[in-house]
Design a protein around this ligand. Structure first.
Ligand code: ASP
Length: 318
C-alpha cells in the first residue's frame, strides 16, 4: 500500500536549548505541530502532494515566529521582500516568486504561477501584478511586522552588513559562526505516490540590492521529481545556490542510485560542509520515505507518515 508522508522545517541554525525559553520552545513546537497536522490531514483525505505542501507552508507563513509571510525579516529599506517556490514531482511543473511585498502568502502566489501561467519564475512588480490578476490575498506592511525582527534590524540597519534572521546581536553579522535561519518548507508524498516540495522565506535581515537566496530557485532550495525526491532547504542561501543543493540530492539518487537519506546526507554533511554552507533540508521520495538532515546545531522540523512516524523536534541531540 502506498505510504503517505509529510516532512516540514521552520529553519535551521545555531538553535540551542540554552538560548530558548520554555515558553518559546513550546510555541515553536506547537507551530510546527499545527502545520504538520493540517498538511497530513489533507493527505489522509486524499489531497495531492502539491495541495498539502501549499497548505502546510501557508500555515507556517501565517505564524509570526517564522521568517516567512507574517514575521518576515526587514530589508535595508525597512520593507519586507519575500521569496517562495513550489515544484510538483509528477510533471516537473514549478512556480516561483522573488522579491514580492504585501503578498499575504507568497507560496500561494508560487502555486498560482505553477498552475495558471506559462512561466516558472516571476519577480517584483510583475509578480505583484500577476497576483492581482489571480485574486491572491494581499496585506498591508504592518501585517508583516514583528517586534523581534524589527529590533534585529535596528541593530544593523546603519551598517552594510546583512544577517540571517532571529539571531542575537552578537550573532548578527553574516560572517560570524553562529547563525539561525527561519525559512519554512515542506515535502510531501500523497496517496498516489506523487511528491512535491515548497519553500518560503523573508530572506536575510538588512538585505539590499534585491538580494535573492536559494529558496525560490528551482534546484537550489526547492526541487521535486517523482523518480527521485522532493526537497525543501533552509540555510545560508548563497552556498545552497552554489551547491545546487536540492537538485544535487536528486542527481545522486538518479545517477548513482543512492537512497534518499544517503543522498541528502552526502549533500548536507559533505558537499555543503566543505564550502561552509550551514543549514539543512527535508525530503521525501515516492515510496513515502522521509529524511530530515542538517549540519547546524538545530533545525525546527517535523514529520508524519502512515508508517506511524510522527514527531516535531528542534535540537540536534534529540
Ligand atoms: N535560505 C534562506 C535564504 O538564504 C534563508 C533561510 O533558510 O532562513 O534566503
Amino acid at each position: 500500500m502506498q505510504r503517505i508522508s509529510l516532512a516540514i522545517h521552520g529553519g535551521a541554525g545555531t538553535i540551542l536549548k540554552t538560548d530558548i525559553t520554555p515558553e518559546l520552545e513550546k510555541a515553536y513546537l506547537q507551530g510546527l505541530q499545527d502545520a504538520l497536522t493540517a498538511g497530513y490531514a489533507l493527505l489522509e483525505q486524499g489531497g495531492s502532494a502539491t495541495d498539502a505542501v501549499t497548505l502546510t507552508v501557508e500555515i507556517l507563513e501565517n505564524n509570526i515566529l517564522f521568517n516567512a509571510g507574517c514575521g518576515a525579516v526587514f530589508t535595508k529599506d525597512g520593507t519586507h521582500e519575500m521569496d517562495a517556490a513550489i515544484m510538483s514531482g509528477k510533471d516537473l511543473s514549478a512556480g516561483a516568486v522573488a522579491g514580492v511585498s504585501n503578498i499575504r502568502n507568497p507560496v500561494a502566489l508560487a502555486t498560482a504561477i505553477m498552475r495558471n501561467s506559462d512561466h516558472v519564475f516571476l519577480s517584483g512588480k510583475g509578480a505583484y501584478d500577476f497576483a492581482m490578476n489571480q485574486g491572491i490575498a494581499t496585506a498591508p506592511e504592518d501585517y508583516f511586522f514583528s517586534q523581534f525582527r524589527y529590533d534585529q534590524w535596528m541593530q544593523i540597519r546603519n551598517s552594510d552588513t546583512y544577517a540571517l534572521d532571529h539571531s542575537k546581536e552578537s550573532e548578527l553579522i553574516v560572517e560570524v559562526k553562529d547563525k539561525k535561519f527561519g525559512t519554512v518548507g515542506a515535502a510531501a508524498c500523497d496517496g498516489e505516490g506523487n511528491i512535491a516540495a515548497a519553500t518560503s522565506t523573508g530572506g536575510m535581515t538588512n538585505k539590499k540590492y534585491g538580494r535573492i537566496g536559494d529558496t525560490p530557485m528551482i534546484g537550489a532550495g526547492t526541487y521535486a521529481n517523482n523518480n527521485t525526491c522532493a526537497i525543501s532547504c533552509t540555510g545560508h542561501g548563497e552556498l545552497f545556490i552554489r551547491a545546487v543543493a536540492a537538485y544535487d540530492v536528486s542527481c545522486l539518487m538518479e545517477y548513482k542510485g543512492l537512497s534518499l537519506e544517503a543522498a541528502m546526507n552526502e549533500v548536507v554533511n559533505n558537499k555543503l560542509v566543505k564550502i561552509l554552507g550551514e543549514g539543512g533540508m527535508v525530503g521525501v521520495d515516492a515510496a513515502g520515505n522521509v529524511a530530515l538532515i542538517f549540519n547546524s546545531e538545530g533545525m525546527y522540523r517535523g514529520a508524519k507518515s502512515s508508517d506511524g512516524t510522527s514527531f516535531v523536534r528542534i535540537y540536534k541531540e534529540e
